[in-house]
Design a protein around this ligand. Structure first.
Ligand code: WTA
Length: 647
């Protein structure tokens, strides 16, 4: 589709933001030429116990990577998200909850949220949690999950939220990595009419990892679950024993706020560490400006709190800004493909934010589901998590936005804390498929794969960032060297994003997807190495190589090449057994789409698997296989092509 398709901001959007293109450019220039001045001003959006005198102190100079923002400031995140709003908006709805089952809903006002967070914080304290301790949260999409996060922040503990779809093995790995002594969970979760046995998964995880002393269980479905005496406690019993008064712990701006595990190109998922001051300044500013959020509006981000999008744009950003944030327990297709739009009308949502994979799935279900709803309150639509194809962008704008809403495609990562490239509403014209222009303080650069800076406007290569911004991750928990090597060693002097991109003649960025071995399946990040190690853990598998391939709905599907142990027979049964196996090892999001039996993998003479060839075969792009003469056995390629899987 044409890159020339440009949507000028509507008059309504311009009037709303009071910021035109020149003003955006001027603010942007200021933000990068005077970061200290710019971010000192922005820091005033928060309430500080001690306002920082030092603003930016960062270095991208390999190997001495050090990132500090507002380093002598003191504040508390939960105070900023709750207490400071009480005078003005104590009775305003803070979190609006829509259940999986239509007709079920709940809410908390800021005052009620304050009480619940204080109580939960006291439960944590009563169970031995101290400042700096890691608290694992494996909970469904219920209000108590946001409460648990804020309670952890209130007492200066460090939460590690694990997405409710991860397996016991994945939980055990994450709990062990950060050494958390406590897990907050629920009896069960609900999603799309199905029950998710969360407590059962925790029980199984705890047979694989030691060190956990307490498991606190919130009652969600009320179905019977196993409770281990001495270890497992019901939240409601604990809450009844403590007071609802818990002063917020004063935290240094650089104290850790949370760890969130995410996949990389090698090894186990890494614990991305975010700290207190910079993360909250950046999260609240991006929430307000990228979505042009205005006081009194209802903001709905459909992500799960188990991912960074849920952290920044369901919990921390909106609450820091005193917004009403909607939390949805269900899925877009249950009971049918109009669920999102019913909820938008029911709760008079003003700003709606979802992922391209959901848009593509709903588009596939038929426009009539969206067309039935006028959604008069909707003003702005967000899309995030993966590249959006222009067709899906246009469908979203037309059938959901009714051609009157601004569409904001925001590019960012778990590592970046908040939006990095996104159209400033009202000021930056949009082009379907492009995340457009950088946010304030963000300096993207395009490098050739070899690392040469592309100075001309129109360029193509890999995307890197030239200098730090406040929301940037500070380290990999417990492994600073891994942080330095992963993000700063390949292209010296820059933060390397792992994404490829194109910059057009207008300076617009078009993200083309990962250039490393990270998959993006339905907006969920997965390392090919993780799926490979799950496969080779199966007794019948000798070797496995995993690549992504284009998938109409998921964006990318998971394509596995599997070599069986000598003497093992391939069969369709074994194929489904392996799919179930990977699901169990990692979680349902990692279920392989296609498995091809590969008697041999294409290896160089030194034994390195040539993934480029595997990707091309999976993509059905045989013409572009390139030079195969360096392979130890070039004939394996013919076999791979002959046995390519389609479905
Ligand atoms: C991809 C999600 C294109 C990208 C917030 C990035 C995108 C990875 C976009 C991070 C977008 C995210 N357009 N690609 N608007 N947003 N991505 O850590 O490949 O789960 O590196 O963070 O998602 O995924 P993560």
């Amino acid at each position: 589709m044409s890159e020339q398709l440009i949507f000028q901001p509507s008059a309504a959007a311009v009037a709303h933001t009071h910021t035109n293109a020149e003003q955006y450019e001027a603010h942007y220039e200021r933000s990068v030429s005077d970061p200290d001045g710019f971010w000192a001003e922005q820091a005033r959006r928060l309430d500080w116990v001690k306002f920082p005198t030092k603003i930016k102190n960062t270095s991208f100079q390999y190997p001495d990577i050090s990132i500090k923002w507002f380093e002598d400031g003191v504040l508390n995140v939960s105070y900023n998200c709750i207490d400071r709003h009480l005078d003005k908006r104590g009775d305003q709805v803070a979190i609006l909850w829509e259940g999986d089952t239509p007709g079920t809903q709940d809410l908390v006002t800021y005052r009620q949220l304050h009480e619940r967070v204080c109580r939960y914080a006291n439960v944590l304290k009563a169970n031995g949690v101290q400042k700096g301790d890691r608290v694992t949260i494996y909970m469904p999409m219920v209000i108590d999950t946001a409460v648990a996060m804020l309670a952890s922040a209130r007492i200066g503990a460090v939460h590690s939220v694990i997405f409710g779809g991860f397996s016991p093995d994945s939980i055990a790995g994450r709990v062990g990595d950060c050494g958390s002594k406590i897990i907050l969970t629920a009896d069960e979760g609900r999603r799309g009419g199905k029950i998710i046995p969360l407590k059962k998964a925790v029980d199984e995880a705890l047979t694989k990892v030691g060190g956990v002393e307490k498991v606190i269980v919130v009652k969600v479905t009320g179905n019977a679950v196993n409770m281990e005496p001495g270890r497992d406690l019901w939240y409601h019993d604990e809450a009844a024993k403590v007071s609802a008064d818990c002063p917020p712990e004063p935290m240094n701006a650089e104290d850790p706020l949370f760890i969130l595990y995410t996949s990389g190109s090698t090894g186990k998922p890494k614990g991305v560490l975010h700290t207190t001051g910079g993360y909250l300044v950046y999260g609240s500013l991006t929430h307000q400006l990228s979505f042009d959020y205005r006081d009194g509006e209802v903001f709905w981000c459909t992500a799960d709190v188990g991912w960074i999008t849920g952290h920044t744009y369901i919990v921390y950003g909106p609450l820091a800004n005193g917004a009403t944030t909607l939390m949805f327990e269900g899925v877009p297709s249950y009971p049918d493909a109009s669920r999102f739009w019913q909820v938008v009308e029911k709760h008079k949502v003003n700003i709606f934010h979802t992922a391209p994979t959901a848009i593509r799935a709903l588009m596939g279900a038929g426009a009539e589901y969206a067309d039935k709803y006028d959604m008069p309150t909707l003003r702005l639509l967000g899309t995030v998590g993966e590249p959006i194809n222009p067709e899906a962008w246009l469908w979203y704008s037309k059938h959901v936005g009714k051609d009157r809403c601004t569409v904001v495609d925001a590019w960012w990562q778990t590592e970046t804390g908040g939006h990095m490239i996104a159209p400033f509403p009202g000021a930056v014209p949009t082009k379907p498929g492009s995340a457009t222009k950088p946010f304030f303080g963000v300096q993207p650069v395009v490098l050739s794969p070899e690392g040469k800076l592309q100075e001309q406007t129109k360029a193509e290569g890999v995307l890197a960032i030239k200098d730090s911004w406040p929301g940037q991750m500070r380290t990999v928990y417990g492994d600073h060297q891994r942080f330095v090597e992963t993000y700063f060693s390949q292209y010296k002097g820059y933060y390397f994003t792992g994404d490829g991109c194109r910059r057009d003649e207008d300076g617009y960025y078009w993200i083309t997807g990962r250039v490393d071995d990270v998959l993006n399946v339905s907006g969920h990040r997965l390392g090919t190495a993780e799926v490979e190690s799950a496969l080779v853990a199966h007794p019948k598998v000798s070797e496995a190589a995993v690549v992504g391939y284009p998938h109409d709905i998921k964006g990318q599907g998971i394509y596995c090449y599997v070599t069986l142990m000598a003497g093992e027979q391939s069969s369709d049964e074994l194929r489904s057994e392996l799919k179930t196996w990977v699901r169990k090892e990692i979680g349902p999001i990692a279920t392989p789409d296609l498995i091809q039996w590969a008697p041999g993998l294409p290896k160089t003479r030194s034994g390195k698997i040539m993934r480029r060839i595997l990707r091309k075969v999976a993509e059905n792009d045989f013409g572009a296989l390139g030079d195969t003469s360096t392979l130890a056995d070039p004939t394996v390629v013919d076999d791979l092509i002959a046995n390519r899987q389609n479905r």
